[in-house]
Write a protein that binds this ligand. Structure first.
Ligand SMILES: *[C@@H]1O[C@H](CO)[C@@H](O)[C@H](O)[C@H]1NC(C)=O
Ligand SMILES: *[C@@H]1O[C@H](CO)[C@@H](O)[C@H](O)[C@H]1NC(C)=O
Ligand SMILES: *[C@@H]1O[C@H](CO)[C@@H](O)[C@H](O)[C@H]1NC(C)=O
Length: 349
């Protein structure tokens, strides 16, 4: 991975200079590929599609696929972060900002290439979101192969979690006490008022939520976004996170831009941060400010949440914002030239 200091400096200067000048300086070349985290091999894979004359939809699919194959940080693709039963399930989406067409899959079982199945939903159905084992059935019809998504690593994670009395645990208001015991659980008679604003103790930390989210813009300003992840470690079976939810995990609209989110998806999806960031860019806000204002409403309700949003407008200007001590400084990857991926960082608010 290459950290381009010149590019980083340039991005820092933008905040305090004259607006007209800034736009000139901040503008990246098109095409551009931007993704969450230093997953630079994914950035390269996306950009290579442009170099080979492929489409922006191909770029996002191939870029996200790369992370599925590499199992980026264990949070993307098969083989890690099992649910309460030890099963690994995947969430993914792709959105075409030219047509506003979307394909997504939630809680996909037994198929490793989730982003490609999402693309099939977009291009081979009139639907937006397919879920669970019926999404698997669809994928098999479309030619994908079923396999076991667990690995020694996910099996070990599952066994250690069981041995640790199933901690951390995402159940509430059930008995036996989910803070002390494994299930099966039943609902308790009364529910207590939940203070859900501290999730750091449940392992919703850095390595448990680093979904890849990607935005690419081709030379004509055609914007596409995508995400793919295996979701939250030890999630309740059936849980679908923010990644495949339109406007939460990502959003794209030509002439405005694209955005993608990573972090505590159960919280973030309640606020549609990617949709918000794109709308704000559409009304003229810079990508950095749009990302920041997309997470501000979340902070008000969940002061401890961990999450980040990347935003790219249709001219290829980009920015990001993040929140939470679980992240601290957020890094994202940008490629707008054939030579190298640039890594940008923002301090979390
Ligand atoms: C990324 O690609 C480089 C060069 O192709 C390779 O050496 C490296 O191992 C890759 N990174 C990961 C995490 O696989
Ligand atoms: C589907 O995954 C489960 C584990 O989650 C595994 O037991 C099963 O063999 C897989 N099915 C196929 C057809 O690979
Ligand atoms: C996975 O675990 C099995 C035994 O449980 C072992 O034989 C095998 O070598 C392991 N595979 C890897 C890739 O570590």
């Amino acid at each position: 991975m290459i950290i381009n200091m010149a590019a980083t400096m340039r991005s820092l200067v933008i905040g305090c200079c004259v607006v007209v000048f800034c736009f000139e300086r901040a503008r990246s070349a098109l095409p551009i590929v931007v993704n969450t985290w230093p997953f630079t091999n994914a950035t390269d894979a996306g950009y290579n599609v442009f170099l080979n004359g492929g489409s922006v939809v191909d770029a996002v699919e191939k870029g996200c696929s790369k992370c599925e194959v590499l199992r980026c940080d264990g949070s993307v693709g098969e083989g890690s972060d099992p649910d309460e039963d030890g099963e690994v399930t995947l969430d993914a989406m792709i959105m075409d900002g030219k047509t506003m067409d979307v394909g997504s899959v939630g809680c996909l079982r037994n198929i490793s290439s989730a982003i490609s199945v999402a693309r099939m939903v977009m291009e081979r159905t009139d639907h937006t979101l397919l879920a669970g084992e019926l999404a698997t059935k669809f994928a098999v019809e479309m030619g994908f192969k079923e396999s076991d998504l667990s690995s020694n690593k996910s099996d070990t994670m599952f066994k250690q979690w069981r041995a640790n009395n199933c901690q951390p645990n995402f159940r509430v208001n059930v008995s036996p006490d989910p803070k002390k015991s494994c299930g099966p659980y039943q609902p308790t008679e009364s529910t207590r008022l939940l203070q859900e604003n501290s999730r750091n103790d449940k392992g919703v930390g850095y390595l448990n939520h680093d979904t890849i989210g990607m935005v690419a813009v081709d030379k004509n300003g055609h914007v596409v976004s995508g995400t793919t992840t295996n979701g939250l470690n030890h999630k309740v079976p059936g849980r679908v996170g923010d990644s495949p939810i339109v406007g939460a995990g990502s959003y794209a609209q030509n002439e405005m831009g694209g955005a993608a989110a990573t972090g505590d998806g159960d919280i973030m999806m309640r606020f549609l941060p990617s949709y918000t960031a794109v709308q704000l860019m559409g009304s003229g806000m810079t990508p950095s400010n749009a990302a920041l204002f997309s997470i501000k409403p979340i902070i008000k309700f969940y002061p401890d949440f961990n999450g980040a949003v990347i935003a790219v407008n249709s001219k290829g200007e980009h920015g990001a914002a993040c929140h939470g001590s679980g992240i601290g400084t957020f890094h994202y990857s940008v490629k707008d030239n054939p030579d190298q991926v640039n890594l940008f960082s923002v301090k979390c608010v």
